[in-house]
Design a protein around this ligand. Structure first.
Ligand SMILES: Nc1nc2c(ncn2[C@@H]2O[C@H](COP(=O)(O)OP(=O)(O)OP(=O)(O)O)[C@@H](O)[C@H]2O)c(=O)[nH]1
Ligand SMILES: [Mg+2]
Length: 290
């Protein structure tokens, strides 16, 4: 008997969805930062075994859209709500994390099994975790609730056991060699975006998109050219920084991470361009893959 299915991770921004997916898949596929809205796409991470294939999906954090990019991000969440065999609804132990009522209503109606994971149990004392579990039990009585720490990998074995028990009988959906649905270029642009999220403040990371324009691999080295798009001329100056120092730092750190990811020497060149108000422009967003 072979089991396979889609296990879709959803939840508010910053609760640890990407940390959890990476930990469950055992690869650093998704980027992680302390800033909300780090993940903008739906990305699959696949666990392959001889008798099962678990296809996890990391998704953007659920939010009220403020501009078109947000609407596209919530489209990815909506897709993940459609095709799940199992839901991993993730929340964290902090008070201020509130899932919108409309999502609670939707989730209370789904017929698929749902594991409700109260993440970051390492960050507060036991009582607080129990209080959170009780709160969620009242909100979503059908869900199986588990406290976890994605960061410290606490109770992840339990999640895997439950997934294996709940996974439907089905042939593999993907080739057993595949660990993701995204192409190599996607990971390069995400790694660069992670460095931008880490090094710049306020609206800069949110006004930035990264496009890999060229990816040439030979035996020893991968040569990559990437363009960092910002919304305004003033932001271009900030990205580049005094004497180009800021952009240089981003380039060096991104190159190192790309070398680890691809296991190969990388030559990375970055360019900064202005694409006025791309976040609100339907055509541009489409071009960027949203
Ligand atoms: N203390 C603690 N921190 C965690 C845990 N899991 C994740 N974090 C931290 O929470 C922050 C957000 O983690 P992400 O995995 O990027 O969260 P996300 O839900 O994917 O966020 P978005 O993509 O922005 O929606 C990071 O700083 C993580 O290191 C955990 O179990 N314990
Ligand atoms: Mg994320």
């Amino acid at each position: 008997m072979h089991k396979a299915g889609f296990v879709n991770i959803i939840g508010c921004p910053n609760v640890g969805k990407s940390t959890l997916m990476n930990a469950l898949v055992g690869e650093r596929l998704s980027i992680i930062t302390s800033k909300a809205q780090t993940t903008r796409h739906r990305m699959m991470g696949i666990v392959n075994n001889p008798d099962c294939q678990i296809i996890f999906s990391d998704t953007p954090g659920i939010l009220k859209p403020n501009y078109k990019l947000h609407e596209k991000m919530m489209r990815f969440v909506a897709d993940a709500m459609e095709d799940a065999d199992i839901f991993l609804l993730i929340t964290d132990v902090y008070e201020d994390v509130q899932l919108e009522e409309s999502y609670i209503t939707k989730l209370s109606k789904v017929t698929q099994p749902m594991l409700l994971l109260v993440n970051k149990m390492d960050a507060v004392d036991h009582e607080k975790v129990l209080a959170k579990i009780n709160e969620w039990h009242i909100k979503l009585p059908k869900a199986e609730i588990l406290p976890i720490s994605a960061l410290h990998k606490t109770n992840l074995g339990l999640i895997m056991q439950r997934i294996l028990a709940l996974l439907p009988e089905h042939p593999a959906y993907f080739d057993k060699e595949e660990i993701t649905d995204k192409p190599e270029r996607f990971f390069v642009s995400e790694i660069i975006r992670e460095k931008i999220l880490l090094h710049y403040h306020k609206e800069i990371p949110y006004s930035t998109e990264v496009v890999v324009e060229s990816f040439k691999e030979d035996e020893k080295i991968i040569r990559i050219e990437a363009v960092i798009y910002v919304e305004r001329e003033s932001q271009k100056g900030i990205i580049i920084g005094h004497k180009g120092e800021s952009l240089k730092k981003v380039g060096i750190e991104a190159r190192k991470d790309c070398e680890t990811f691809f296991g190969k020497q990388i030559h990375l060149e970055t360019f900064v361009k202005v694409d006025k108000d791309w976040r609100t422009n339907e055509k541009r967003l489409k071009n960027f893959g949203y």
